[in-house]
Structure formats: C-alpha cells, structure tokens
Design a protein around this ligand. Structure first.
Ligand SMILES: C[S@@+](CC[C@H](N)C(=O)[O-])C[C@H]1O[C@@H](n2cnc3c(N)ncnc32)[C@H](O)[C@@H]1O
Length: 305
C-alpha cells in the first residue's frame, strides 16, 4: 500500500492548498529554494494573551528562530520574507519592548533587511488606555512595522506594479508643465519629473484603515456558525507585497495563516499559495474565503457555508 503523505490539505483551490498543521513541522518538507514570498503575521507578544497563545516578548526571538531558518531555506535566492509584527509595551510600564529590534538584528544573521514598511492604521484605538487616555503621557500607537527581509541583496521586486494614482497637483504638473528650478532641498527638478509613468511611486508608509468588519468571510462564517479569526490582515496589506514582490504563478506561503487572507489575495492575483495554520477552527472558517474550495482529506473537514 502506498505510504500516506504526512500532510494532506484541508482544502484546495485552483491555485492553493490550506493545511492544518504546525508550520515548524510542515516547513521541513517544503523543498529548498522553491518559494518566492513568505508573507506572514506571526502571533505578536501581546500584553494580554489572545486566543491563539501568544509568546511573551522576552522569549520571542528564540521561539521564532527555528521558523526563520526553515523560511530562509525554502525561499528562492530572489525570494522575500515580509513579517508583520506589531510592537508591544513593557507590562505595567509606559515604555516599549525592544523585542522586534532584537528579532530583526537576529534575523539579519540569515537575511538582508531590504526595507522596512510602516502600516499606519488611522482607525486604531487609543491604547494602552492607562498611558494614552488616563495619564495622557503617550500618544496613540497607530503604526505596525512590516519588515521586508530578503535572502540575497537583490530580491525580485518591481515598484511599477504598485504605483499609486497621481495627486491632483502632480496631474496638473503633467498637464501644464513645470518651470525647471532648484528646490529648497537643492534637488534640481528636471524634465524627467514631467514624464507620466502611470502613477506615483509609493512611499514605505501604507495608510490603510482597519475598519472592514463587513466582508463576505464574516458573513459566511456567521451563517455557518464558524469561528471568526480575531486578528486578520486587511487585504490591502498582503496585496501590496504579493503584487510588489512576486509574479503570476509564483508561490506565496503563509506559515501563520489565521483566516488565510494571504491565500485569498494570492488566489485573486493568480499566484500559487500554501497556507499553514495550527488551529483547526481557524482552518475550517478560512475555507469560507473560497466558495469554490474543494475539501481535502486533511483535518479538519470544514462545514459547508
Ligand atoms: C496573527 S494571526 C495571523 C492572522 C492572519 N494574518 C490573517 O489574516 O487572518 C497568527 C496565527 O498563527 C497561528 N499559529 C501560531 N503558531 C503556529 C504554528 N506553529 N504553526 C501554524 N500556525 C501557527 C495562530 O493560531 C494564529 O491564527
């Protein structure tokens, strides 16, 4: 009798496979140099423990290291790891934990830091309340850092795939022309600034509100009585990096997949994807993102929506 493969998908789609597994084990059997992008948001070391068992800040680097080694091995030489990791406060103090800097310095033993991005969420609540709204000695913490790490110094990337619409003043300038002049910053604004490149090069500040509580995933989960993941990506965040760092048909992996927003975005953009999530309820509900998904033999069997 042929040997049963160790990991069997919980569901599959045209381009992707979702697994209910511990990614520490799963990643070991992914071939070397096979993945273009690992786009992920691991559990954050939060002050209050969330449902999915977050790791304390002082243990975080050691906890993450085995994942980092496997991710490095499976990335193609031009591949990237984008890590979405929020900062945290030291318990009981109005000071910040340095864990994410310690993590990045450790990761730099394996990866290059290609660039850091800041996801500004204007709808963030004013927390921690003790310092922000009661003592009023800190301001709202509304930025999450996304660390773009690469296996080599030249990761595949093309900012022409993520251009923003031009501002009204830039549109005017393109239409009416510009008087060649030296700017106060001493930059000489030459005629190349007048070329229409189809959009503006985006900055590394992604301003995206996290207010969408009304998407089809939520409706379908509610209708099917399935657990809604409490810490989902806003689609625009993984979408930006999938578009920027990968091409059609390349492979995107999320080893901490949660509600599998990364898989959904990859599917919509024509990229292959693999998602790994160790909480059975989250895997089951993530299938609600894919009305055409085919249930697999892997645990858990998701209920129909
Ligand atoms: C911050 S959430 C990710 C949310 C996700 N980005 C989304 O859009 O829904 C982190 C997830 O990692 C999962 N997780 C934690 N340790 C894991 C492991 N060793 N293997 C697989 N999943 C794990 C948790 O259960 C949790 O759902």
């Amino acid at each position: 009798m042929p040997k049963q493969p160790k990991f069997v998908p919980s569901y599959t789609t045209r381009l992707g496979r979702a697994y209910h597994a511990d990614s520490r084990e799963f990643l070991r059997q992914v071939p070397d140099d096979s993945v273009s992008l690992v786009m992920t948001s691991p559990p954050f070391p939060l002050r209050r423990q969330k449902a999915y068992g977050n790791v304390p800040a002082d243990e975080y680097v050691e906890w993450f290291w085995p994942f980092a080694q496997e991710i490095h091995r499976i990335l193609r030489p031009d591949g990237s790891l984008v890590l979405d990791i929020g900062g945290t406060w030291n318990p009981g103090m109005g000071t910040r934990s340095l864990f994410q800097y310690e993590l990045v310095i450790r990761l730099a033993k394996l990866f290059h830091l290609a660039q850091e991005f800041y996801w500004y969420n204007p709808s963030k609540l004013p927390t921690p309340a003790e310092w922000v709204t009661i003592r009023r000695t800190r301001v709202k913490d509304a930025v999450t850092t996304l660390w773009w790490l690469s296996k080599t110094e030249n990761p595949q990337a093309d900012n022409r795939r993520v251009l923003k619409p031009y501002s009204p003043s830039m549109k005017r300038l393109l239409k009416n022309g510009y008087d060649r002049a030296m700017r106060p910053s001493q930059h000489d604004i030459g005629p190349h600034f007048q070329r229409d490149n189809g959009g503006a090069i985006p900055p590394n500040l992604l301003s995206i509100p996290n207010t969408r509580s009304n998407d089809p995933y939520i409706h379908r989960c509610k209708a099917a009585g399935l657990t809604i993941h409490p810490a989902r990506f806003v689609a625009e965040v993984p979408a930006f990096f999938v578009r920027f760092l990968t091409e059609t048909d390349q492979l995107v992996v999320d080893p901490f997949a949660g509600s599998n927003m990364t898989g959904q975005v990859a599917e919509e953009m024509g990229r292959k994807w693999i998602s790994i999530e160790m909480n059975a309820d989250y895997v089951a509900s993530s299938q609600m993102r894919f009305p055409d998904a085919v249930p697999g033999a892997g645990r858990p069997a998701a209920k129909a929506g």
